[in-house]
Design a protein around this ligand. Structure first.
Ligand code: HEM
Length: 414
């Protein structure tokens, strides 16, 4: 298979690896969520099974599973990480020690190691060092051609280049890294998860060792030089496993999400030319355009928690030891919170959504993701003239069940 064909396959949501997350689903997902929400905010069963399309699961095993679908229940579960615990992710055996699965003080201490590199202010560091140069490099490849599939020529590669370069990797072969990430999180194959996780450790070990000897101005050095403050106020460096845990988590959490969310944002704007025009003329609307995209069609629909005590949520009794699936996508279209929630509207008043979650585990990389999408949109609007969807082929669509994204983003410009 040629490099181009392999890239096409890896970023096709209906291909084998992505299909394990329901990527091929092309039906009315939000209609299904609305139907479930109308009959009660909380239901027994995993989201996918309630939709009638079960997916391979990795978190629950034999545990009872409940799912919640409105703003109030999702928001309550995100905020109370003691009752609705992120320990659920400890069952995911492939990252090594990582903040997604830690709780309480342990989580706070380990997250504090990297938090300064992920603040709103630090986004400028990411822009100058990795985001702007990567956007420029990718755009140079197609800006003179008058047409491109932005899903395959920009959205997919950008977050991967930024993440691997922030680790200090010079050879950021996107095909190899995407294969490894896809395998590392495959819900249907523990064997492939383990193999990919081990291979990532082999690739990163020399980079970690090099950064321990000689720090650089990059994210890897934040991990190799950073210290954890222990309970008794002593400090210690991160172990090799902890550095790897951070790196594997960031590869998984920061690349597929931002690839698909950038595509969704572009799709929403290109499908509403009046809104695209408004953003082109008034770039201060970019912020609203991105937040509205994350509200309207967040890439990852569902996250999970372990219930640590018997609790009543949304009127339903949930016993301790169950797993709760929080359907962020459904909460983000709760008609009790947003008028006409199914409409993408950049002029909507900005109020918090749950696309980046909330509470102690709120997305660590949200300012980086916003900066990536902002830089990419600005560059497209500045450099490609009258950019519009190319309607000569099959129309692009948003598809997918647990992972949402565009089928393609063919555009013409100039
Ligand atoms: C638009 C793109 C993104 C979306 C929609 C998104 C969404 C989320 C959500 C919903 C969570 C919470 C998971 C949970 O509590 O169970 C999360 C956590 C996280 N995200 Fe993102 N994310 C995005 C991009 C990124 C990027 C670019 C990075 C890194 C550069 C990143 C790194 C992380 C990390 C490390 C966590 C775990 C935080 C913790 O547990 O304390 N994400 N993300």
């Amino acid at each position: 298979m040629t490099g181009d064909a392999r890239v096409r396959e890896l970023y096709d949501l209906s291909s084998e690896g992505n299909a394990a997350w329901g990527g091929a689903y092309d039906g009315d997902l939000h209609g299904d969520f609305a139907r479930l929400r109308r009959t009660g905010p909380v239901h027994e069963g995993p989201v996918a099974a309630l939709l009638g399309r079960p997916l391979p699961g990795v978190f629950a095993g034999d545990l009872r599973v409940f799912s919640c679908f409105d703003w109030d229940t999702v928001d309550a579960a995100l905020r109370d990480n003691v009752t609705y615990s992120s320990e659920v992710y400890k069952g995911l055996d492939i990252f090594g020690p990582n903040i997604l699965a830690m709780v309480g003080e342990e989580h706070r201490r380990m997250r504090a190691v990297s938090q300064p590199a992920f603040t709103r202010r630090a986004a400028q560091w990411w822009i100058d060092k990795w985001i702007a140069p990567s956007v420029d490099e990718l755009m140079r490849r197609f800006e003179g051609t008058g047409r491109a599939d932005l899903n395959l020529e920009l959205c997919n590669l950008l977050p991967l280049m930024i993440t691997t370069r922030s680790f200090g990797l010079e050879d950021d072969d996107p095909v190899r890294w995407r294969e490894l990430i896809e395998d590392m999180i495959r819900p249907d194959s523990p064997e492939r998860r383990r193999q990919a996780s081990a291979e990532i450790a082999d690739l990163l070990a020399p980079v970690i060792a090099g950064h321990r000897r000689q720090p650089e101005d990059d994210l890897m050095s934040v991990f190799t030089q950073g210290t954890v403050v222990e309970e008794d106020d002593t400090t210690r460096p991160l172990t090799e496993d902890e550095v790897l845990g951070y790196c594997r988590l960031l590869l998984a959490a920061g690349t597929g999400t931002t690839w698909r969310q950038l595509g969704i944002t572009l799709f929403a704007l290109l499908s509403a030319p009046d809104q695209l025009d408004a953003v082109r003329k008034d770039r201060s609307l970019l912020r609203a355009a991105i937040e509205e995209s994350v509200r309207w069609e967040v890439t990852d629909t569902t996250f999970r928690r372990l219930i640590t005590r018997d609790v009543v949520l949304g009127g339903s009794e949930i016993p301790a030891g169950s797993v709760l699936e929080m359907c962020l996508s459904a909460a983000n279209r709760d008609p009790g919170r947003w008028r006409d929630p199914d409409v993408y509207d950049v002029r909507r008043p900005l109020i918090p959504h749950s696309g980046f979650a909330g509470g102690p585990h709120v997305c660590l990389g949200m300012h980086v993701a916003r900066a990536e999408i902002t830089e990419a949109l600005n560059a497209l609007l500045d450099r490609l003239g009258d950019i519009r969807l190319d309607d000569s082929g099959p129309p692009a669509r948003i598809v997918g069940q647990e992972h949402r994204g565009v089928t393609a983003l063919p555009v013409v410009f100039g």
